[in-house]
Design a protein around this ligand. Sequence first.
Ligand code: GLY
Ligand code: MN
Ligand code: MN
Length: 467
Amino acid sequence: MSSTFPHSLYAQRRARLAAQLGADGIAIIPTAPERPRNRDTDFLFRHDSYFYYLTGFIEPGACLVVAADGRSTLFCQPKDLEREIWDGYRLGPAAAPGTLGVDAAHSIAELDAKLPRLLENRSCVWYPFATHAGLAARVEGWLNAVRARVRYGALCPAEQNDVCTLLDEMRLIKDAHEQDIMRRASDISARAHIRAMQRSARMLRAGQDVREYHLDAELLHAFRDEGSQYPAYSSIVAAGANACVLHYRADAAPVRDGELVLIDAGCELDGYASDITRTFPANGRFTGPQRALYDLVLASQDAAVAATKAGARFNDPHDATVAVLAQGMLDLGLLDRNKVGTAQDVIDTRAYFQFYMHRTGHWLGMDVHDCGSYVEPGEVGQVSERKDPLSGETITNRPSRVLRPGMVLTIEPGIYVRPADGVPAQFHNIGIRIEDDAIVNDAGCELITRGVPVKADEIEALMRDGA
Ligand code: GLY
Ligand code: MN
Ligand code: MN
């Protein structure tokens, strides 16, 4: 993967960060560590998202320092012919300013020696508090080195702040370049879902033994075939009852004629995630009960999409989903009116939670569950309390985030029916989720994942065609 934007874009982001650091502030943002998988073999390296957002640089062993005056210093792996023979090309400090637009660059081996001098005479040091184990202790070490020089007149930063609070807000609004990459990632993922659906129908019609991993293989092929670097998260390919396990992984269970398959999978392209779920009949034809539940989930998603627009709240799509699902659960007999009452009662008592136990969406961006506060920043003081009807716990509420153009979120309602007394047997073990990715705009939202159809008839048609 190479940097996809001109380095001026990253320089602009660094400048925006610098402007928020206070008069003498300085920020330290390391990339991710390499993580051992077994013995001397590492997991595939994936950069830190905050670091990448500010540099476009994907090598391991790097750390960015941004000062309030806008000056940026990169520490990176030094050139090393032997290591480059084994592990690959390194940019190196000499080339880094020209390639990345940073003001200065040094070997990462000099980090401990140089950082105390960069921190000296600053009022505040900013770094990520929660994403890098051990970083706080290293910062303490660098600050102690500054303190050792106070008798020579050095001032040591007295304040430490979490740089993520600034970067989270910046990352929450996706600029045009980011939106463009996310559209392309979504298109690749959409084609991968179509490919998996068609493989399922084709193999079943040929009388073959279909396993979840066959469909996972289609996803991986489609992701890599179009240049995506890797899945944005572990793909869920869940056949039959496995769909009721929310964090199921693609495994080896048989994909049976007559059952549904739930696939939740999206590729990562140039640092940005996509996140799509489709649920389809393994053989390409919904049964009556499957279709009834599917159409209900889709109707609830339609309501959520209609509620996703600039000026609405983050919680609005969830509330719209729950209203439709609650009524549908009564109409289909999943819930017994005589026991749970009206749809409003189902909402108030959270009786729907038996079949719908997750939220309807999350921010999406560089991380699949992207950063950004779900509370409206100007309203954090508006605290209210309520008693949760199921747990009896007191829940603290704050007004949820106002949606603004450029925010990207998923819309992913579902229904998961585990066998239980009073639940009609025809719905047992059916799990359905439909997930699309939406860019908020003034008019509403742009669904960027509809390259894979969502209507039951359209899914049946593409599975017929592909077979
Ligand atoms: N694939 C993770 C999620 O949908 O949240
Ligand atoms: Mn999701
Ligand atoms: Mn998902």
